[in-house]
Design a protein around this ligand. Sequence first.
Ligand SMILES: O=C(O)CCC(=O)C(=O)O
Length: 293
Amino acid sequence: MSLSLNQIIDFQTNGYVIAEDVFTPADWQPVIDEIERIISARAVILHAEGKLPELHEDEPFERRLTLLARQCPEIARQFDIMFLLGPAMFDFLRNDKLLSVVESLLGRELSCNPIQHLRHKMPWKGEGEQPIGMENVPWHQDAAVTSDDSEASEIITFWMSLVDATAETGCMEIMPEVFKAGYLEHQAEGGTTIVPTLLPHVKPIKAECRKGSIVIMNKYTPHRGTTNRSDIIRWSLDLRYHKTGARSGRNFHPSFVVRSAANPDNVLTDYNEWCRLWKEALGKPATQKAHRV
Ligand SMILES: O=C(O)CCC(=O)C(=O)O
């Protein structure tokens, strides 16, 4: 599914667009099944080690990890794409519907950017309840998590939720049009975030969307995560793509070609090679900063 001309114009005007209902449940299910298998496998090991008393085997995808992590936070550690390296996730990074949307904005020569995450934002009822897992990501531009040698690269963020993303489950908040100001200085204090005195006085929008939709953002669009006040996990993916040949902003992690009209043989379809590239990159000592600050 390509974006419509109006959606492309909205993206160019506002620095974001929400493409609703791109995916059907069938597109997600292999990824969800894979995540569930990984959770079960970790749970069995931690249970055998005596670290996880209750397995909660009958709980659904939207709830089980919270119940397990409350007993044993270790189960949710390094629960991200580059550590899990699942074949269904590799397939999803190359999903045809997704790539057609990406192509609408970036053209025919596409690479998957290594800055990509699977997130499990756990419910938090507020003061009085111990939060588990990921904190809210504060106001930032994604350019701040790329190296400055990639300034000229268009690196576009494709954020999608595996459950409905609402104000209650913790959808993204976005500042429209601000991308035109370019890079705003960030600070490390408080988690890579725009220097508070530089934060634009712009009313943010709540990027609520149904499961199966994509929130697409320019790399200079300020956005932040919000608290999940529901009783389900807000599972989401944030993927990035860039034009093949452009700098990725993380040259020490692997980019790979996902679509090419000019050189179709360069498209990486080999799952084992993808795993090898990540393992090799993560096996090296970290010598460069991942964030600009
Ligand atoms: O998923 C979230 O809550 C934050 C994600 C985010 O900030 C990003 O994708 O850049």
